[in-house]
Design a protein. Structure first.
Length: 503
């Protein structure tokens, strides 16, 4: 067993906005505003209109009267493996938003969901389980997946690296020599390495990474990255290209490490590039460390996770059951099934050997949608999504959910956050915020079944709009509940399973 105290990112969600110009604004439905790069509100495509940093800004015109946040822990619809599946956390954030001004305000919201989003195996076209409504009417949404964000970071980092290489005549010549198949490969690589160390003052590890950068082809991916969630397709062809761009052979080590590789090298030429992903994460209010609330003490601490070596041997599949993509950022994984040449495999091993040990990338998705608030009106905006709780194996083992509340602090006026948590009555729960018990109710134990179970209700009012809060469920008691309450699939679900679509 490998024991990891991870220092990656938290799971959760927060509300954010994006500032436009004039009477138009861009936002996430609550606490944040995404910025336009230069006021080009007519730019085509989602990303074209946003600041490339994907960072939020402040909102001062709209007023959030209150947020009603509800979390329900449910059992998986169908047991696809013999061991217990983690809880499905069903999250609904409902915002009552007032436009007290005399002007109509249009907002493009960017709602961050940290970690992965649940994808139902019973849909003909599987897609992230996210819905957004305005006054109970559905809105069109676009999920900017963590894979797309990684791709955006790699594109920006590669531009930084290539521009710096072009600006140094000798470095450009040496990189070109390494890329020339007719040149003496070993000699060219050694010459480039010595120039980086001797003339540019690089350390051995970064020099080794740059040599591999010069030698690799970042075109066609060689395997499905093991840390990638279910793919999301976009109507904008440019968005579809980003997740696989600048990967090539590096897809075999996972998209997170590949992105770290590009960021690490870009930082040699522009120090700010090293924190490009962390900066996005922190701007939305999260902590780059993967943390948990201790089930015994209630204290926040680094997450711990124990994994079996065999679980790393095959890339995760959405239908193979639950997997945690953050694990692949912490281990030197190389897909044994990837179609790599001997040279590419050696390059990947060198990159894994020389990347820094501390790795802080955290999966994050941004849900983008647009809302118009007429003058002097109040509207109800709701975001509903589900995701697997993540496991913490420190004794007693637990399943965890984290939620970022910090974005609320970026609004000029953001009212109280009313929290309600529903968990099976016999499953011990610990939250990092003070809660009062609100009795027991009969609740559906799965979204896909009419089966109900007694649920304990916990409530709190959050006045502190900074940081995150965490919820932990006792692992052993949850698994006992899940084993006895997991519903049988419906006829339609059985058909999907038999056809291979639900496995």
């Amino acid at each position: 067993m490998n024991r990891l105290c991870t220092m990656i990112g938290v799971a959760g969600c927060c509300l954010g906005l994006v500032v436009l110009f004039g009477n138009r604004a861009m936002g996430n439905g609550g606490p944040f505003v995404l910025k336009y790069p230069s006021g080009d509100t007519g730019a085509r495509g989602v990303l074209a209109r946003l600041d490339p940093s994907l960072k939020p800004d402040r909102e001062g015109r709209l007023r959030v009267v209150k947020e009603d946040l509800k979390v329900v822990f449910q059992a998986e619809a169908v047991r696809r493996r013999p061991d217990a599946m983690p809880p499905l956390a069903d999250v609904q954030a409902e915002y009552t938003i007032e436009n007290p001004t005399d002007d109509e305000v249009t907002v493009d919201f960017g709602f961050p969901i940290l970690r992965g989003i649940y994808v139902s195996p019973f849909l003909m076209m599987p897609q992230p389980d996210v819905t957004v409504t305005l006054d109970h009417q559905g809105l069109n949404t676009t999920v900017l997946s963590n894979s797309l964000i990684y791709g955006l970071i790699r594109r920006q980092a590669r531009s930084t690296i290539d521009n710096a290489v072009d600006a140094d005549a000798e470095l450009k010549r040496l990189v070109g020599t390494v890329r020339n198949p007719d040149a003496g490969s070993l000699a060219a690589r050694q010459t480039l390495r010595l120039y980086l160390i001797g003339s540019l003052g690089w350390n051995e590890r970064d020099a080794a990474l740059m040599v591999e950068y010069a030698s690799l082809d970042f075109g066609t991916i060689r395997s499905q990255p093991p840390d990638r969630g279910y793919p999301v397709w976009f109507s904008d062809a440019g968005l579809n290209e980003l997740p696989n761009a600048n990967l090539g052979a590096l897809s075999a080590i996972g998209e997170q490490k590949a992105t770290q590789f590009f960021s690490q090298l870009a930082a040699r030429f522009d120090p700010e590039a090293a924190a490009s992903y962390e900066a996005i994460f922190q701007a939305w209010g999260g902590d780059v460390r993967d943390r948990s609330v201790d089930l015994n003490s209630g204290q926040i601490r680094p997450r711990e996770i124990s994994i079996a070596s065999k679980s790393m041997s095959v890339p995760a599949s959405i239908y193979a059951g639950y997997s945690d993509p953050t694990i692949y950022a912490r281990v030197d994984y190389l897909d044994p099934q990837a179609q790599l040449s001997v040279t590419e495999a050696a390059a990947c091993r060198t990159i894994l050997k020389n990347l820094p040990v501390v790795f802080t990338f955290a999966p994050m998705n941004l849900v983008h949608y647009r809302v118009t608030f007429p003058a002097q009106t109040t509207r109800v905006l709701a975001v509903h999504y589900s995701q697997y709780a993540y496991k913490d194996t420190r004794s007693p083992a637990s399943y965890q959910l984290a939620y970022v509340v910090h974005p609320a602090s970026l609004w000029k006026d953001f009212g109280p956050i009313h929290l309600e948590i529903a968990a099976p009555r016999d499953v011990h729960l610990r939250a990092s915020v003070p809660c009062t018990t609100g009795g027991v109710q009969q609740r559906a134990c799965s979204r896909f079944s009419d089966s109900k179970a007694p649920y304990s209700i916990y409530r709190s009012v959050l006045h502190d709009k900074t940081g995150e809060f965490y919820i932990a469920l006792d692992g052993a008691s949850w698994e006992t509940f899940a084993a006895s309450r997991t519903p049988q699939p419906t006829a339609a679900q059985q058909t999907a399973l038999l056809s291979g679509k639900g496995k």
